[in-house]
Design a binder for this molecule. Structure first.
Ligand code: HH2
Length: 279
């Protein structure tokens, strides 16, 4: 069945055109833009620029999950993100997503107005599932190999990466539905770069229709990631913009409904054209 909408709190998000989710990192250490938007005012200014450039949703993160990143306490993470989430949600122009793997942060941000919980650990934590079941936010269920960004890139191995990722995502989504979450609140994400080699990332994109066949909206986060740098021979994440646009268009053509990106203006323009041609 074709998915037409994603229910995220009070927002019924149309998916007849690709949705661009703009990234706002309120962190000192994210891999691509760490530190630039760590102050709430800088983050808010950046966020309104992303909306003006075509973001249909904003994803606010207070903890870097790049390979090898050190975890931060929930209190520290919440202190970074809550003021930004509250201000953006009150502005109300687009739905606000909170990128967190911590139940306490998710709960407080939903209370502050967030409409989506984006959990890179795929709602494996029982406390996180409880928060999900107890609210009406949209949910992004992402696949990560293991549960620790510090070690996930140490020789990741799969039998069939796409089959294993799809089985995990389908299982977690079903678990959420059994806990009382309405099906139309759930989106799935193969988690590019989260315990995946270059070949795994490419295989997941090439066979994205197998993830889309699960029947949930598909989110892809390829923006500025290392596998793009590998293709381009480019070490500087800020110089992977056009490669990232290529990945977003490729993902859309293979079934992605939502793309999580840093470079919203470039991606939105390219997807506008790609979506007009259709897939
Ligand atoms: N990637 C990152 C963070 N959150 N969420 C989803 N759903 N999908 C992703 O692919 C994804 C994500 C990467 O995290 P980080 O290293 O913190 O950098 P940035 O937030 O700049 O992408």
């Amino acid at each position: 069945m074709k998915i037409t909408h994603w229910q995220c709190g009070r927002h019924r998000v149309a998916l007849d055109r690709p949705l661009v989710m703009g990234i706002v990192n309120v962190t000192p250490d994210s891999f691509s833009d760490g530190g630039r938007y760590a102050e709430p005012l800088a983050a808010l200014a950046h966020a309104s620029g992303l909306v003006a450039a075509g973001a249909g949703m904003l994803d606010i993160g207070g903890e870097s999950t790049r390979p090898g990143a050190e975890p931060v306490s929930s209190a520290e993470e919440l202190a970074r993100v809550r003021p930004v989430v509250a201000r953006l949600a009150a502005g109300g122009s687009v739905p606000v997503s909170i990128d967190t793997r911590h139940a306490a942060v998710a709960r407080a941000c939903v209370e502050a107005g967030a409409s989506v919980i984006n959990d890179v650990t795929g709602f494996r934590d029982a406390a996180m599932r409880e928060v999900a079941a107890g609210c009406d936010a949209g949910l992004v269920v992402m696949h990560m190999l293991g549960d620790d960004p510090r070690t996930m890139q140490e020789e990741p191995r799969y039998g069939d990466v796409v089959a294993e990722v799809a089985a995990f995502l389908g299982g977690q989504a079903r678990g959420l539905e059994e806990a009382g979450v309405a099906r139309d609140r759930i989106a799935v994400d193969p988690g590019l770069g989260f315990g995946k080699t270059f070949a795994h990332n490419v295989e997941l994109l090439r066979r994205l229709p197998e993830i889309a066949a699960l029947g949930y909206p598909v989110l892809v986060g390829a923006s500025r990631k290392r596998f793009i740098g590998h293709i381009l021979g480019e070490d500087d994440p800020a110089r992977r913009v056009w490669g990232s646009v290529g990945a977003a268009v490729g993902a859309y053509l293979r079934g992605a409904d939502i793309v999580r990106v840093h470079d919203v203006a470039e991606t939105a323009e390219a997807l506008d054209v790609a979506a007009t041609i259709g897939r």
